[in-house]
Design a protein around this ligand. Sequence first.
Ligand SMILES: C=C1C[C@]23C[C@@]1(O)CC[C@H]2[C@@]12CCC[C@@](C)(C(=O)O1)[C@H]2[C@@H]3C(=O)O
Ligand SMILES: O=C(O)CCC(=O)C(=O)O
Ligand SMILES: [Fe+2]
Length: 324
Amino acid sequence: MPSDLSDAFRAHPVYLHHQHTDFNSLQELPESYTWKQQDHEQYPSSKDSFSLQETVPVIDLMDPNAPKLVGHACKTWGVFQVINHGIPTSLLHEIEWAGKTLFSLPPQQKHRAARSPDGVSGYGVARISSFFPKLMWSEGFTVVGSPLDHFRKLWPQDYSEYCDIVVEYEKEMKMLAGRLLWLMLDALGISKDDIKWAGPKGDFKGATAPLQMNSYPICPDPDRAMGLAAHTDSTLLTILYQNSISGLQVHREGKGWLTVPPVQGGFVINVGDLLHILSNGLYPTVLHRVITNRTKPRFSVAYLYGPPSNVTISPLSKLEYMDQ
Ligand SMILES: C=C1C[C@]23C[C@@]1(O)CC[C@H]2[C@@]12CCC[C@@](C)(C(=O)O1)[C@H]2[C@@H]3C(=O)O
Ligand SMILES: O=C(O)CCC(=O)C(=O)O
Ligand SMILES: [Fe+2]
């Protein structure tokens, strides 16, 4: 993680007093979780304009045109979905099962693996919570590297099954993230010679990549609650798996908030702040948020892919004079 971000988080510790919330036991939205109406602004509001709405591009990675489509989606949207990416569906089911099992543990048990106030890994509310006046209707679990220490606290007897799933998922994500990043960079005319920290083989050895599992329990008052407040990811790119329940929305200039419909077996790929900088603004970082619903719990896993922690990111000199 870039050190500036670590510093910002250290200066805004997240304390655990409110994290004992047992979401499932609440029949009404507590005041501390009630957001202002304007936080929910959602235009276009008219149903008539619904059919005219554009949707986030879906790209088949087996399509010979995929490199071109990826570059175009990054420039025009900063977000797209991918299918035929090669990650086995069984692994997606396994990570969803592991995450759902984790979040359905009793609150006291989850707290054994709580994230420290200025730390990154473990169970807790979204790391950005300390920057907002209201609480978000979600829980998170962040894994940095090996989940072993935390999982041993959660499941003293059978942690290894859960660890194996997470380790396998991280391995697959690392390969997919490298592949996607090269597609994105190729489209800008960037090669291995332009990015020394990609390493001689261009495999981005040393990349940092926290894995963030998110759970959005059913909510008694979704119109006034917020699952995850509007933010951009501080990464190069994020690979997000969302289950079949919608809730993720991206902000589109002049259009407002658009829902990213779940595509079975697909991933949502976001351009993050660091790729926005690296690309000299050619690829916009995407503002997104998650809304809740009254009937179906939602689950997601984000793989937040960034450069090695000792690397400083600045616009690539090759892109300095390119037209925006
Ligand atoms: C490297 C990181 C990115 C992240 C903060 C973190 O230290 C680990 C968790 C990440 C996450 C996931 C949920 C949304 C987000 C904004 C947050 O609060 O924690 C992101 C952070 C980010 O992208 O900056
Ligand atoms: O749950 C989602 O769909 C989005 C999660 C997210 O934005 C994140 O983890 O950074
Ligand atoms: Fe995000």
